[in-house]
Design a protein around this ligand. Structure first.
Ligand SMILES: Cc1cc2nc3c(=O)[nH]c(=O)nc-3n(C[C@H](O)[C@H](O)[C@H](O)COP(=O)(O)OP(=O)(O)OC[C@H]3O[C@@H](n4cnc5c(N)ncnc54)[C@H](O)[C@@H]3O)c2cc1C
Length: 432
């Protein structure tokens, strides 16, 4: 079900509650859509509410990317790829994803350098990089075609009320008149992003930390093919990641995979972003300065977006029959490309626990079950949060002694046996 309507009047009409779904999902970004698809894979019916209007997507038109979400690119870990494989979606996603065969880590102006190669670690790849425009389009299309998922867009969640045996969610949506409607279900999962309305409605606090940094994200071209190498570089201004991308017309053909397009995530101090965003020549020259020639010459800068970086951690992720998930639960620094991958592991675990609960014939929104989920996910979440912060703070500290120590650590990491497979497994999301 898709309700697409436009606002023409401010009259509010209230409608009676609908009670035919098991799970309500607030927020239809990548996490909300993926979670709905995971539930459907286990035969669980859900209704997903999204504040924004989704574009109309035709399954036949496979060439038009949708920019309804954002212009970023996401490094999908091997575990995330496995999750999409398990639910039968990977074949659809794969043609727009570019494999990572090697990862290089280095610091500008320092001797330390490390490289992970897929052959040494005996893996097919370290992960895949996909443009969010494609990922969002494919997830939305799959959800629209799934009969167990009902989608209501233009729907702004405004209230949540919990009863002993269910949860009632109120939302407003716009038609010829503004409507307010209620839905009831056994469970509500909030995937409504960093500034989550549901989290606030449930009175769940957050612990936040402003990194005083902005991530500049975009696509560049180099005169040297990327050869499926991801480069993580630390500069005095901040960390920088350059990842391989498929060509715009990529169709899974190996010829396209050997392209020259790369995704850039450049982190700069807050306040310095305007020139990087507006001035192509300045952006390219700065990249070149930070990189030297290891990626070749940067020759073309595409559209870029700026994202202020704040870590936001929900004080708790379960309240009664409600679960907080995705960025609403933990918004992380993007330096290590872990945020979405962590969300996908949360989503997979919760979907499996809910499925087992349904098979036992028990209450899908049981607060005791949800509390078990929250506890179970703590170890992985804490490890990833610590890892991201250690990378951000460890690599930007200007103290010469710390700089020497981290360079020696990089050399040791590159030379010592046993460490690389361990780190590679964590980065690929295969160990949690
Ligand atoms: C620069 C950058 C690069 C990144 N790169 C990577 C990477 O390479 N790998 C990785 O794993 N992660 C990466 N991440 C992290 C990743 O982008 C996030 O973890 C992910 O986008 C979280 O998705 P989400 O669906 O939880 O939140 P969002 O994308 O914020 O979606 C929330 C949705 O909820 C909707 N909504 C909000 N309020 C309401 C309401 N009241 N009612 C209804 N709907 C509502 C919004 O409209 C939106 O569609 C990166 C992040 C940044 C900033």
């Amino acid at each position: 079900m898709m309700q697409n309507t436009n606002a023409t009047s401010s009259t509010v009409k209230k409608k009676a509650a609908i009670t035919d779904q098991q799970v309500l999902i607030a927020g239809g970004g990548h996490v909300g859509l993926s979670f709905a698809l995971l539930l459907a894979h286990h035969g669980i019916k859900s209704t997903l509410l999204e504040k924004n209007s989704y574009p109309t997507i035709s399954p036949q038109d496979d060439r038009t990317r949708s920019h309804y979400l954002d212009s970023r690119n996401t490094a999908l870990s091997r575990r995330t790829v496995q999750i999409y494989q398990e639910i039968g979606l990977w074949d659809e996603l794969q043609s727009h994803a570019c494999r990572i065969d090697a990862v290089q880590i280095s610091e500008q102006g320092s001797f330390g350098r490390a490289q992970l190669n897929k052959a040494d670690e005996q893996v097919e790849s370290f992960g895949q990089v996909m443009e969010n425009a494609w990922l969002g389009r494919k997830l939305l299309l799959a959800a629209q075609q799934e009969s167990l998922i009902s989608i209501i867009d233009n729907a702004n969640v405004i209230a949540v009320e919990q009863q002993p045996d269910g949860v009632t969610l109120s939302f407003s949506y716009y038609g010829e008149e503004e409507h307010e409607q209620q839905l009831q279900a056994s469970l509500l999962v909030a995937c409504d992003g960093r500034d989550s309305t549901v989290r606030q409605l449930l009175d769940i606090g957050t612990t936040t930390y402003d990194y005083q940094q902005t991530a500049i994200v975009g696509v560049v071209e180099t005169d040297k093919p990327h050869d499926h190498v991801a480069i993580e570089r630390f500069s005095p201004a901040g960390p920088l990641a350059v990842l391989p991308l498929t060509d715009p017309e990529g169709d899974g053909n190996e010829e396209y995979q050997q392209g020259y397009r790369r995704s850039v995530v450049w982190v700069c101090p807050k306040g310095e972003e305007t020139r990087y965003l507006e001035d192509d020549a300045h952006f390219l020259a700065t990249l070149q300065g930070a990189f030297g020639d290891r990626a070749g010459t940067f020759v073309n800068a595409g559209r870029r977006g700026g994202y202020p970086l704040t870590r936001v951690l929900a004080d708790k992720q379960v309240a009664g029959r409600c679960v907080i998930m995705g960025n609403a639960a933990h918004t992380l620094h993007p330096v290590a490309g872990q945020g979405f991958n962590l969300c996908m592991r949360d989503a997979q675990v919760l979907a499996k626990m809910l499925s087992a609960q349904v098979l036992r014939g028990e209450d899908i929104g049981s607060p005791a079950l949800l509390t078990r989920y929250e506890k179970f996910r703590q170890t992985d979440q804490k490890r990833v949060i610590r890892f991201c912060d250690a990378v951000v703070h460890g690599f930007t500290h200007p103290n010469p002694a710390i700089k020497l120590a981290r360079n020696m650590a990089l050399v040791a990491f590159d030379k010592l046996p046993n460490i690389k497979p361990l780190v590679a497994n964590y980065a690929m999301g295969l160990k949690s």
